[in-house]
Design a protein around this ligand. Structure first.
Ligand code: V47
Ligand code: SF4
Length: 371
């Protein structure tokens, strides 16, 4: 195999390559330099080496579906195509019974996880959200519930008058198994003020995840990229996650989310190109040397780019989804009715040269498929 240093004549990049090959962590400045100067072939090689250290030649997926309780939201993120005011013909608000019916639709089917997230409804409190978890566990006791972004949690816990720890413990007692990565956007305060000024602060997002980890509730972390941020902002975002992960080890996966432009006030910004998306997967795999999984969320990025991302450090394709989420179809993703059978997911993984593994929500192996 070619020596990675042969891919560049840049002395700064050569130094970073040596650092990585010695298993050393790269710095903020080196992360930015990778974004700015490294070509795709080099990034693919470095990210693939890093992903193999964590996950060998395996690519994970699960059998999951989403519930989006409402798209009515007290916030007004400028990139969001999803939230609608109360009474709008495109708004929805499901009752507990509606959502239990969605769970019952999977009776006899092998789904293992439900992902619950939606708008931050003005009138729902922590008992409403906890009650939903309890009822779902009564209908389907073995299902893993990954629920409520830190932004939803922030509002329900603050309104309850509880501490973060008390609120999370109450929800855990109701059946909360893990927390999804939403609401992180970009931590940098100047960018956050412009794209989601009303939303929970970066500190609050990180505090909620840190407390959850301390209470034995694992979580994911996302990063919304491809809008008005620059490479330094992306690295700053990942640095804050890396530092938290050093303290807790509670993040399972990092999920880069590409800004999708349809039907929102930031549409005029356009979207990143595929090489930029692949570069972003690779740099995140290299920089986040303590988060075990990089997830290519195919309903957002599209199945073909998700497949390509496996050659740039990603090792997780999320799941079967079962056409149960609207966030990205409303923002213009090509995946307008996202659903993939396990056979289709396995084919994507095998054709990229990896071994498909069905996982549970803690990344324990459920089934390894032949190559
Ligand atoms: O926080 C909203 C993003 C997130 C747009 O934890 C947009 O496994 C791009 O967090 N363009 C919610 N992104 C979704 C989320 C998630 C998704 C998949 C898996 C997991 C997980 C978590 O969606 C929001 C926001 O960053 N988002 N609008 C948009 N126009
Ligand atoms: Fe509300 Fe989430 Fe949309 Fe922001 S991204 S407006 S918090 S639904």
């Amino acid at each position: 195999m070619k020596n990675p240093e042969d891919y560049t004549s840049d002395p700064g990049l050569k130094k970073i390559i040596r650092q990585i090959r010695l298993g050393r962590r790269i710095t903020r400045e080196e992360g930015v330099l990778l974004y700015e100067k490294a070509g795709l072939s080099l990034l693919s090689l470095l990210a693939d080496t890093a992903r193999r250290k964590f996950n060998g030649n395996k690519v994970f997926f699960n059998r999951n579906f989403h519930i989006e309780p409402t798209n009515i939201c007290v916030h007004n993120c400028r990139f969001c195509s999803y939230h609608k005011p109360e009474g709008d013909p495109e708004s929805w608000e499901y009752s507990h019974e509606d959502m239990l019916e969605m769970v019952r639709k999977f009776d006899g089917k092998e789904v293992t996880e439900v992902h619950i997230t939606g708008g931050v409804h003005p009138n729902h409190d922590i008992n409403y959200y906890g009650g939903l978890l309890q009822k779902i566990k009564q209908v389907r006791p073995a299902i893993h519930i990954k629920a409520y972004s830190a932004v939803e949690l922030d509002r329900m816990i603050e309104q309850s008058g509880m501490t973060t720890g008390q609120g999370l413990l109450q929800l855990k007692g109701c059946g909360l198994d893990s927390i999804p990565g939403g609401g992180a956007e970009i931590f940098d305060e100047t960018i956050r003020k412009k794209i989601c000024p009303e939303k929970s602060t970066a500190e609050r997002w990180l505090e909620i995840h840190e407390t959850a980890h301390q209470l034995g509730i694992p979580s994911n972390a996302t990063m919304l990229y491809g809008h008005i941020e620059n490479y330094s902002h992306r690295i700053d975002h990942m640095l804050r996650l890396r530092e938290l992960q050093d303290r807790t080890g509670g993040f399972n996966a990092f999920i880069p989310l590409k800004f999708r432009k349809a039907n929102n006030p930031m549409s005029d910004l356009g979207e990143t190109t595929m090489p930029e998306d692949l570069k972003n997967y690779a740099v995140s795999r290299i920089f986040l040397d303590n988060i075990p999984h990089i997830k290519a969320y195919w309903p957002m990025i599209g199945r073909e780019v998700a497949q390509m991302s496996l050659l740039f450090g990603a090792d997780d394709l999320d799941g079967t989804i079962e056409d149960s989420t609207r966030i990205y179809s409303m923002a213009g993703s090509r995946e307008q009715n996202p659903a993939m059978s396990t056979g289709e997911i396995c084919r994507l993984i095998r054709d990229a040269g990896f071994v498909p593994v069905e996982r549970d929500s803690f990344y324990n192996f459920i089934h390894t498929f032949a190559l």
